[in-house]
Design a binder for this molecule. Structure first.
Ligand code: NAP
Length: 343
């Protein structure tokens, strides 16, 4: 396969599609924080937030309604406006010569569209034909922890339960959790409009559409995307995804089975030095990762690594990661960084 050319060796014209959303706002912050080489930044959204203002690197930028002209002369589009919006603008973006790094699920399983976690399969990014997909947030977080273990011994089976925060459903779901929590504390009855049920002092199975096999879409995304990223098409994998009343950052309880025993000590040492992973495995003080430990931070924190008492070849562990950051915006910008010319 022929590798795509890197970005030109100059600051880039970058468009953020979905700039007013939860992921879009994080993208703006990270472009600034990581000093990504930007000559012009275009903020795009729907007519609803056109005209609103965001400050970026000391300048005030105005959000524009998305049009085909908005992509002219753009080098990089960071898209986080949902699958239907990405599908609607893909042709215009690719025709303009830009590379689209897309946060939605629209193209993730499409042949010819790399699905990339830079710490796991960076070389895939160079095989793009104009579009690179950012994986599902829970999948990105999990793959960071699975990859170092899989590099030592082949995986046999993975069983995951997720504890996904309100922010995974966007900025309005976070507002709804705050508002409905106040309603409950004041003795009222919460009524949800953004999520299908009130998340205040509650939890429910992930609200993505149910499939005929009884799994929801989110669970199957984890299965299929993990297989594609890790290059293990027949990986045995099952997941249960749950929405929990946490404002920001997802957690996952993971059981990984190998074909032979894998010691806790070896797993701990591999994860302690794995890129993008931070180990917090302090049994003496009962201190393991929590969503608040990772909120606003880059690494995926892993801990509570233990031998599965029901299966000698399996390990259990727990992880937390900020899914707006590493699970979405940071991973997307790291993908774009892979395409910068090496100096
Ligand atoms: P969000 O907070 O609801 O933001 C959605 C953004 O899309 C807003 O900027 C919105 O603009 C824009 N938008 C909506 N309809 C549009 C249209 N017709 N044309 C142009 N822009 C439009 O959602 P989010 O959580 O940031 O998620 C965005 C995408 O990232 C989704 O595909 C989501 O699945 C994916 N993702 C999210 C997370 C997460 O943790 N939140 C993680 C991984 C991936 P207006 O303000 O004008 O409505």
């Amino acid at each position: 396969m022929i590798s795509a050319a890197p970005f030109p060796n100059r600051p880039l014209t970058v468009a953020v599609l979905g700039a007013s959303g939860a992921v879009g706002q994080e993208l703006l912050q990270l472009l600034e924080e990581r000093n990504f080489p930007v000559s012009e930044l275009r903020l795009l959204a729907s007519a609803r937030s056109a005209g609103s203002r965001c400050s970026w690197k000391g300048q005030e930028l105005v959000v524009q309604e998305t049009t085909a002209q908005a992509f002219e002369g753009v080098d990089l589009v960071l898209a986080s406006a949902g699958g239907s919006v990405s599908k609607a603008w893909r042709e215009a973006i690719v025709a303009s010569g830009a590379v689209m790094v897309d946060n939605s699920s629209a193209f993730r399983m499409e042949d010819g569209v790399p699905l990339v976690v830079p710490e796991v399969n960076p070389s895939a990014a160079h095989q793009h034909q104009g579009v690179i997909a950012n994986p599902n947030c829970t999948t990105i977080l999990l793959s960071l922890a699975l990859a170092p273990l899989a590099s030592r011994r082949p995986l046999r089976r993975v069983v995951v339960s997720t504890y996904q925060s309100a922010s995974g459903a966007g900025a309005r779901a976070m507002d709804e959790l705050r508002d409905l929590s106040r309603v409950v504390l004041d003795g009222g009855t919460p009524t949800s409009e953004v999520l299908p049920h009130s998340l205040a002092f509650n939890l429910f199975l992930h609200n993505s559409p149910l499939q005929s096999n009884g799994y929801c879409e989110e669970e199957l995304k984890m299965v299929n995307e993990t297989r594609k990223i890790m290059g293990i098409p027949d990986l045995r994998f099952t997941a249960t995804c749950v929405r929990v009343p946490v404002l920001r950052a997802h957690s996952e309880a993971v059981n990984v089975e190998f074909h032979e025993p894998f010691s806790v000590e070896e797993a701990r040492s591999l994860l302690a030095s794995a890129p993008g992973v931070e180990l917090l495995d302090d049994s003496a003080h009962n201190r393991f990762p929590m969503p608040t430990d990772v909120t606003g931070r880059d690494p995926v924190m892993v801990g509570r690594i233990r031998q599965d008492i029901s299966e000698p070849n399996a390990l259990e562990f727990w992880l937390c990661g900020d899914q707006i950051r590493k699970g979405a915006a940071l991973n997307a910008i790291q993908i774009a960084e892979l395409l910068l010319p090496s100096v």
